[in-house]
Design a protein around this ligand. Structure first.
Ligand code: MOS
Length: 707
């Protein structure tokens, strides 16, 4: 992947390929004899399929097969007992509206689409419930514990505080909706070897899931996924539709491609669960927090429980002797949710950071001063130090940049023409742990270095970051380094998620470079060369075309257990709210990341910008609206589910503290994919309050709520 136009070592290694169309995404692979699948989905929400009439579809031009529970070939892994995950085409049961119930395969996409429209399904309808808000109050709806209840000090201490805030914050279902649609190409060959081109955040995870479902060795499954057009969490698992495609390829003995439609993206690949959260905050009159109570409910499915870290940050973000949290999930007749960027924490931060702002207002304190006053030196939940935390510095830098001194504590103080102007702030935090990964390094006598790992790049620029880590350590220019990823046959690495790739795979890159350097030093010594000799000279002197090392990094440094490791962010926004229409425009953004050393400045900035875009969506526009009479989404398209576009997003100022974390990994770099969005919606809601005096506790903040 050459860089044709620029010479900046910080440029994305794949930037030119991406913008010129050379980068190949899964759906672009042309296999000989490729066939096309189209899914038929349930039009009821719960019940039983009584018949599938696929006669007309099967007889339509070009059709190769129609698979459903009536004729599906055996999938060995589905026969095993247990497992809550949806087993596609396994039974006649319908568990949610839009459930894939049949797959039509034809020689062209158009013919498959037409044939799918001919499949006639009859049902026995059952009673269903998709109403999240109603279910929270309904005692007959079972609510499951999503996490063990947590109590520090006195439960509900806020109720006896001098100043109290008790409010409920709600959020709708959001869908990830990356530009690239989900899908897979599966090519099952007669020797039970299968190759897939997939959209995945984890090639090893996809490999293992397919191998497990079909009970074949993992090595028999080759997963290719070099480029991914956005994931945001939805490609963290191998979905039933992918298993169906592999099933079809095996059955029809042909390669099959399935790319789902935009409306199917709303029911087949997870969503950010709707949430209902109650926060109780207590403080002394002079602004010391004395109690935090956070009770959260999250939407889940009836067939699989989904939980996430909604209440996590309430336990340690502020110093309070008394904290208690509860988290429940509400199983509904909907498809199972999945992590969506800043999973759980982004949901929790909206509630907590709104409540913090409400308390600051009740105390007539500046919300920044209030946060600083309650900032803990140590992690109060674990009673141990943070590995690094520069939040006060981040406040200072961000507030100076946005012009926080212009903000008035009294809402509705700034008017510009027919717009009310307001400022808001919110913090974000996410775990900065690190996993275990393997990397192979091949150092060549031609002066180049090839690094290989079965990690992914869903957009953050994994290859660019890894190249920079290696470049610095090996003193090799970045254009002589290649990082190969997205291929399950490479040394194993975890899925790209949870802001951990740079930390995890980067540590292995570090370790492999250290090992390569040691080998070069050894070779130099053995051949009586100077210890500082260039590796090219050392390899040549030893008649070696290359040396190779594969290293698995350790999961954490030994002393990591003595620290709480988190990345932090602070988002400052200025909003303008139109007095007559209630339209909210985010007019200025300053996001400050406290995520350790910045390894790759350009891609790091892009992460923060992307998080701000997602944050604007969460705050102002994104909402998947379900019609509870039918259990069906009514705005399942890009015209009605509005993801922010350029016109919605102002220039984003990104500031990094850029100080290495001494504990997390050799680079000192903490993760930053999630902190880019966590807290952002709260900052917007707080700014809207500052502009208008109206506290909106239900996302998205649409004009009807503002007026
Ligand atoms: Mo992210 S929600 O960890 O892909």
């Amino acid at each position: 992947m050459g860089n044709l136009f620029f010479k900046d070592e910080n440029d994305r290694v794949d930037g030119v390929d991406k913008v010129t169309g050379k980068a190949k995404y899964f759906a672009e692979y042309q296999l000989p004899g490729l066939t096309y699948g189209v899914l038929v989905t349930s039009t009821i929400t719960k019940g039983k399929i009584t018949a599938i009439d696929s006669k007309a579809a099967s007889g339509a031009p070009g059709v190769l097969g129609v698979l459903s529970h009536l004729n599906k070939p055996s999938v060995a892994g589905y026969e095993a007992e247990g497992g809550a995950k949806l087993k596609i085409f396994y039974t006649d049961q319908v568990l949610f509206n839009g459930q894939p119930i049949a797959l039509v395969v034809a020689d062209t996409f158009e013919r498959a689409t037409f044939a799918a429209s001919l499949v006639k399904v009859t049902y026995e309808k059952g009673a269903f419930n998709t109403d999240f808000e109603k279910s929270i109050k309904d005692a007959s709806v079972k609510k499951l514990q999503g996490a063990a209840p947590y109590v520090r000090g006195v439960e509900n201490a806020y109720k006896t505080a001098e100043v109290q805030v008790e409010q409920t914050y709600v959020m709708p279902v959001e869908t990830h909706n990356p530009m690239e649609l989900h899908g897979i190409i599966a090519d099952w060959r007669p020797n039970d070897q299968v190759t897939v081109y997939a959209k995945t955040q984890g090639v090893k995870a996809t490999q293992n899931t397919i191998a497990g479902a079909f009970k074949i060795p993992a090595e028999s499954v080759q997963v290719n996924s070099e480029f991914v057009g956005g994931g945001f969490g939805m490609a963290l698992r191998t979905w039933p539709l992918e298993i169906a495609t592999v099933m079809a390829s095996k059955h029809l003995k042909k390669p099959v491609k399935l790319v789902i439609t935009r409306d199917q993206m709303f029911t087949m690949v997870g969503n950010r669960p709707a949430a209902h959260q109650k926060i109780g905050l207590g403080a002394t009159k002079d602004g010391k927090i004395t109690g935090i109570t956070h009770t959260a409910f999250g939407q889940s499915s009836t067939y699989e429980n989904f939980t996430e870290g909604v209440v996590n940050m309430s336990k340690f973000m502020y110093s309070s002797e008394n904290v208690n949290t509860n988290y429940y999930i509400v199983p509904l007749d909907m498809s199972v949710p999945i992590w969506m960027r800043g999973p759980g924490e982004a949901t929790g931060a909206f509630a907590l950071e709104s409540a913090i702002d409400e308390m600051a207002h009740a105390l007539d304190m500046d919300p920044l001063d209030f946060r600083i006053k309650n900032d803990p030196e140590k992690d109060p939940a674990q009673n141990r130090p943070f590995s690094s935390k520069y939040i006060k510095e981040a406040y200072k830098l961000g507030s100076a940049k946005i012009g926080w001194d212009k903000r008035k504590n009294k809402p509705r103080s700034i008017v510009e023409g027919s717009w009310n102007v307001g400022y808001g702030v919110s913090i974000g935090v996410f775990n900065a742990g690190r996993g275990r990964a393997s990397v192979k390094g091949i150092l060549k006598a031609d002066g180049t270095l090839v690094l290989q790992s079965a990690t992914s790049d869903i957009g953050p620029g994994t290859g660019t970051g890894m190249g920079l880590i290696a470049s610095k350590l090996m003193n090799i220019p970045t254009d002589k380094i290649t990082f190969e990823l997205g291929d399950s046959s490479l040394p194993p690495a975890p899925s790209q998620g949870g802001s951990a790739t740079l930390s995890t795979v980067g540590s292995a890159v570090n370790d492999v470079c250290v090992a390569l350097k040691a080998t070069i030093a050894e070779l130099a010594a053995n051949s009586n060369m100077d210890a500082t000799s260039n590796f090219v000279d050392v390899l040549k002197k030893n008649n070696l075309p290359m040396i190779e090392k594969t290293i698995q990094s350790s999961q954490n440094n030994p002393d990591a257990k003595n620290y709480s490791m988190y990345s932090f962010s602070i988002h400052f926004v200025q909003v303008k709210v139109h007095q007559l229409t209630g339209v909210v425009k985010v007019s200025k953004i300053v996001s400050v990341g406290d995520s350790g050393k910045i390894v790759s400045p350009k891609t790091a900035r892009s992460q923060m910008v992307g998080g701000a875009v997602g944050g604007i969506g969460m705050a102002l526009t994104e909402e998947a609206i379900l019609d509870n009479r039918y259990g069906r989404y009514v705005n399942n398209n890009f015209a009605d589910y509005h993801v922010p576009v350029h016109a919605d997003v102002p220039e984003v100022d990104v500031i990094f503290i850029d100080k290495p974390d001494p504990i997390v990994n050799p680079m000192g770099a903490k993760g930053m994919g999630e902190i880019a969005i966590i807290g952002f919606a709260g900052a917007v809601a707080n700014a809207v309050f500052n502009a208008t005096g109206k506290r909106i506790r239900s996302l998205p903040i649409t004009p009807d709520k503002v007026l």
